[in-house]
Design a protein around this ligand. Structure first.
Ligand SMILES: [Zn+2]
Length: 453
């Protein structure tokens, strides 16, 4: 009955959800340019207050975006705590000329609300605030303790989330985290994500001479591009297997339960290939192997390679330097620091001590055990509010989930309202009203399931 009242409240208060989302979109909050960050954090605090959630603005030091923290204690069940992790910052709106309306207009056209952040992550945030509000307004209570951690640097890489989590470990302690976003596929099925891969981003370079030379001198002067190609050729075989010693040492195979989930996950190979205009996958993978790779295979990817002349026509030049950017996706139990030293050792032992290594980013993978009861609670909520849902053992991408798992020791699950083609990070980003409504209800059901178990 209590749950039913909360769900009814959502039905009759969608206009309020939409206008609050519009006001959030209309407050630019571009972390990359430090534009409107303080103002947006104050607005978020106001929305929490309106929902009946006690909140405060947490700070680390000058120049770091504040975290908006909200908390509400449950009277009926104060022993369990659910955290909503979100962010109030957005990506830059550029290129501006590709938007049909001003990027911070929040304009509604039928089922869509347009604007930078409409989905990522202001749309996601509003569903969670309104779910809690629905409970508080109809019953004066929530089914479990709720904590909101809403950061302002996600779009620039969450540089300080680790520090915040360490400083406020006690305050943020919880039994489960609902991650900042969740995809909904083209058939309106929400994808419940149980993990994310890690990432190691490096730059390798070779400087051979102090200046470019006439290419006739290639008989005497070594070419750094050849040198770098030779070095990176030793990193990986053509099927994608990484050849660095001990690269896979700590990794463990997918569990039986994981494999079952992967088997059930829809993946249309044909559509996927058509989308990218490709004929085959790496290592000629097919069917289940392709799905398993998305979930559980590490990668060594050349993100960019620069050397010499790449302008129009011909230029017979012998470049003085060559540079490659490489990203490695990591899977659970791979420690980015360890992998870096393995990479360094590899290059040295293969005779490439002259290749310089610069590390840009290291982040470990995180995965919630698919047999954890939290998974069933979220799945049940998603099935009830959307009619069906898809479990995904790990997203092929990367996010700071590991920090939460490691420091708070709580399972993390991503579920949300982000329609796959909602153009997040691109011009004309939009949120779908029907999905905002279903997701808000889903959040109520998650709180309910989490509270009663
Ligand atoms: Zn984003």
């Amino acid at each position: 009955m209590i749950l039913m009242n909360a769900l009814k409240h959502i039905n009759s208060h969608m206009d309020d959800l939409i206008s609050d989302l519009q006001s959030l979109i209309r407050q630019p909050s571009v972390s990359a340019k430090n534009e409107g960050i303080e103002e947006c954090s104050i607005l978020v605090k106001k929305l929490l207050k309106k929902a009946g959630v006690k909140s405060e603005i947490l700070r680390l030091k000058k120049g770091v975006a504040p975290i908006v923290y909200g908390e509400i204690k449950s009277k009926q069940n104060p022993s369990k705590t659910l955290m909503f992790y979100n962010h109030y910052d957005v990506q830059p709106a550029e290129p501006l000329d590709l938007w049909d309306d001003p990027p911070f207009s929040g304009i509604r056209k039928g089922n869509k609300i347009f604007g930078r952040g409409a989905t990522d992550d202001k749309g996601e945030l509003i569903t969670r605030i309104k779910a809690v509000e629905a409970y508080l307004k109809t019953t004066g209570d929530v089914p479990c303790n709720i904590k909101f951690v809403i950061e302002g640097e996600e779009e620039t890489g969450s540089a300080h989330i680790d520090e915040y989590l360490k400083k406020y470990t006690r305050k943020f302690s919880c039994d489960g985290v609902i991650w900042e976003f969740g995809y909904v596929d083209a058939k309106n099925r929400p994808i419940i994500g149980l993990g994310m891969k890690g990432l190691l981003f490096v730059e390798l370079s070779v400087n051979e001479s102090i200046r470019d030379a006439h290419s006739s001198l290639a008989v005497l002067i070594k070419n750094p591009a050849w040198r770098l190609i030779e070095a990176i050729k030793t990193l990986r075989d053509p099927d994608g297997k990484i050849l660095i010693k001990d690269w896979y040492k700590e990794t463990t195979p997918l569990s039986k339960n994981d494999l079952k989930i992967i088997q059930n996950e829809p993946f249309d190979e044909h559509v996927f290939k058509k989308e990218f205009g490709i004929k085959s996958f790496v290592g000629s993978k097919k069917g289940l192997d392709a799905k398993k790779a998305l979930v559980g295979d590490p990668t060594c990817n050349i993100a960019g390679f620069v050397s010499g002349y790449i302008g129009d026509g011909a230029k017979t030049v012998l470049p003085s330097k060559a540079l490659v950017k490489i990203d490695f996706r990591l899977v659970p139990k791979m420690d980015p620091k360890k992998q870096v030293s393995r990479l360094k050792y590899h290059l040295k032992s293969k005779g490439f001590s002259d290749v310089k290594i610069k590390i840009f980013h290291g982040e470990a993978a995180a995965r919630t055990n698919s047999s954890h009861p939290f998974v069933d609670q979220v799945k049940d909520a998603a099935d009830k509010s959307f009619g069906t849902s898809i479990l995904n053992v790990s997203n092929a991408g990367t996010g700071p989930m590991y920090s939460f798992v490691k420091i708070l020791k709580a399972p993390c699950i991503s579920i949300g309202s982000t329609y796959m083609f909602s153009r997040i990070h691109s011009p004309n980003e939009f949120a779908r009203v029907d999905l905002l409504k279903k997701t808000t209800k889903c959040m109520c059901l998650i709180m309910h399931n989490f509270g009663i178990h």
